[in-house]
Design a protein. Sequence first.
Length: 330
Amino acid sequence: MTLAALVSLGPITALAQWRTSTTQEQALDAAAFQEIEQAIGESFPDVQSVFVALRGRVAFQYYRDGAPDALRDVQSVAKSAASALVGVALQQGRISSLDQPVVELVPELAPLNADPRSRNITLRHLLTMTAGFRVDDPSGTAAAGRARDGWARPMTSAPGQTFAYDNAAVVILVEVLRKVTGMPLADFAREQLVAPLGMTEPSYQRGLSMRTEDMAKLGQLFLQNGLWGGSQVLAPSFVAEATTARNAGGPPGSLPYGFMWWVVPSKAQRQTFMASGFAGQYVWVYPGLDMVVATNSTVSAEAHRRGQALQLIRTRLFAAALKRSSASDR
């Protein structure tokens, strides 16, 4: 099947779980990815796990420790998961609009910042990293802290004017979600994402830890325009906004930014988008091949500098997916 023919098939049908591969598909997947496991083991030692889905089926998995069910530190992939939960709350009417000022939803934050511009910060500004707070964190590794402390920071620009990658934006959004749902984040996530998508319960100790497969499910949900198992978990309009460039972005991703998803510029009808965490934690969604890749890597400054997961995705895995797309299933 040619790439053009593959793309012409359009989006896959929404899944309750991964689609069961046929015997023929399994053979073709194995042939396309047959050299990847050895390559990861020998040439990409920082990469700890990989999960590849093609057209809604599991095409390839790799676990250096042999533990597919292990919960792994996803770093800032948590931002994209938080974006999904905001979308769910919006879909359910718990939030009336992304343009609601945050202080309307969490009034106790209002007195913590005397700058009048803070009253105009909306959920959209937090999602797009344009709230206007002073942020001096080019590596994107600063501690998120508490919502109240994040809100009390000085502002350097009016909301909506300047992109600044801000870990504190997530904890402020979490506080909003807690307020509008009336429940802890873990309970809301379990009810609205973890259980419906058949995920294993994540860990929220010291940040978010998930199975690599469940990272891929998050990407698949957005690839399917918010549809999963016959249920519209997220509105297609929210998914489109979240995965389309809302601004030019900046460090540390240095790519355009959507709603806590990075967007890879291209001329494609639907652009590639990704969740990115420090040191090689990725959910890479390539709509042109109906492909989702999730990776976990060693969390260290050295692994971050080497960037092996990104190299693996853009070279070996992408080449294998192209090879697979050209193979006939007949």
